[in-house]
Design a protein. Structure first.
Length: 86
C-alpha cells in the first residue's frame, strides 16, 4: 500500500503534549493518527463523542456581549454576593 504525506496545523503546545503522551504509550504521533484514521474509515464515524460547549452558543455569546457593554457603559454594576466572604 502506498504511503502519502498528510499535513495540517495544530497548536504548538497541543502538539508537544500529544508527542509526550504518544511517547509514554510507546507510539508515534503518526501511528496515533493512523489508528484514528483507520477507526474512522472502518466505523464511518468519529470514534468518540463530540459535544458543543453551550458556553460558546450564539445566544450565550450575545448575552455576554450585552452584559459587557452594559458594564462598560455603567448601565449595570457588579456587587459582591452575600455568600462570598471578604
Amino acid at each position: 500500500m502506498a504511503q502519502v504525506m498528510v499535513n495540517f496545523r495544530m497548536d504548538e503546545q497541543l502538539k508537544k503534549k500529544m508527542e509526550e503522551t504518544c511517547k509514554n504509550m510507546g507510539i508515534t504521533m503518526s501511528a496515533a493518527f493512523t489508528m484514528f484514521a483507520t477507526k474512522v474509515a472502518r466505523e464511518q464515524r468519529i470514534p468518540f463523542e463530540i459535544n458543543a460547549d453551550p458556553f460558546y452558543s450564539e445566544a450565550n455569546i450575545a448575552r455576554l456581549t450585552k452584559i459587557a457593554a452594559d458594564l462598560d457603559s455603567g448601565r449595570i454594576t457588579l456587587s459582591q454576593h452575600e455568600l462570598v466572604e471578604d
